[in-house]
Design a protein around this ligand. Structure first.
Ligand SMILES: NC(=O)c1ccc[n+]([C@@H]2O[C@H](COP(=O)([O-])OP(=O)(O)OC[C@H]3O[C@@H](n4cnc5c(N)ncnc54)[C@H](OP(=O)(O)O)[C@@H]3O)[C@@H](O)[C@H]2O)c1
Length: 257
């Protein structure tokens, strides 16, 4: 059966790779982002792979505009899977001691409220249909206190618990919810970050892992395995030892292009 899938942040990186991955299976896609040119490029590639594609250039922080567009789209093509992927990364700038305030506030709005703005309009519709799937893109950073990106860590922790709470609530109503926690994925976002990037993956590898996890209805899709294991073990260590272990992984985040 042909699936209808809505993806935010489809103009770049992981969202783009997911769009291409599902396009190959002949899905109907709703692709959202802000940059119209990059969104059109993704849409063109997905159409060439056989997908039926709609696009919208909407900021996920614009709750009213997003709700209206999603409701209109869902009326014409009921959404089977929504992937709330759009996000930004902020942190300490080179030479700075703490992360700059304004970008941090904007980031929390995008990474947390942007996810709610994407998911909430579909909840009553999926509940009425008694089926549907929700995927929320968080990060391994959601399990790891990052001294160089405290607000990013906080935003990603918030959506882990949002997603897992929805899963507990909506599972019995026939709606599957997964939270996706990638490690380092080679995208424009990751390239703003200095420092070592152990176990780095391509967006295509990430998209394959995410698709497999969603097909298996996994609560948490945390990858790559060894990085996930190391960060989980790190989380159980006493604070002083964990901070010592994290020292080689300190980083800064450059200004967005
Ligand atoms: N790359 C990594 O290492 C990594 C690791 C863990 C988690 N993640 C998460 O994965 C997700 C995708 O990141 P990525 O690495 O693929 O980054 P990316 O290549 O920079 O792509 C980010 C996407 O989000 C969209 N976006 C950002 N702010 C938006 C807004 N306010 N409204 C609408 N769309 C917005 C961008 O679209 P426009 O530019 O067109 O607005 C773009 O399509 C993010 O949630 C990120 O936190 C990434």
């Amino acid at each position: 059966m042909r699936q209808t899938i809505l993806i935010t942040g489809a103009s770049s990186g992981i969202g783009k790779a997911l769009a291409r991955r599902y396009a190959g299976a002949g899905c109907r896609l709703a692709l959202l982002g802000r940059n119209e040119k990059r969104l059109a490029e993704t849409a063109g590639e997905c159409r060439a792979l056989g997908a039926d594609v709609s696009t919208a250039a909407i900021d996920v922080c614009d709750r009213a505009a997003l709700a209206t567009w999603i409701a209109d789209f869902d009326r014409s093509a009921p959404v089977d899977l929504v992937i709330a992927n759009a996000g930004v990364m902020e942190g300490r700038r080179p030479g700075g001691e703490i992360e700059p305030a304004e970008p941090a506030y904007r980031m929390v709005e995008t990474n947390v409220l942007g996810v709610l703005n994407t998911v909430q309009p579909l909840l009553p519709k999926m509940m009425a249909r008694g089926r549907g799937q929700i995927a929320i893109v968080s990060s391994i950073a959601g399990f790891t206190p990052l001294p160089d990106a405290p607000s990013y860590s906080a935003s990603k922790s918030a959506v882990i618990n949002y997603g897992l709470s929805l899963r507990a609530l909506l599972g019995p109503r026939g709606i599957r919810v997964s939270v996706i926690c990638p490690g380092y994925i080679d995208t424009p976002m990751m390239r703003r970050e200095s420092g070592s990037k152990p176990f780095k993956m391509t967006p295509e590898q990430a998209a394959d892992t995410i698709c497999q996890g969603l097909a298996r209805d996994r609560a948490l899709i945390v990858f790559p395995f060894w990085f996930a294991l190391l960060t989980r073990i790190g989380g159980m260590l006493p604070d002083r030892i964990r901070r010592w272990g994290m020292a080689p992984f300190r980083f800064t985040v450059s200004d967005p292009e």
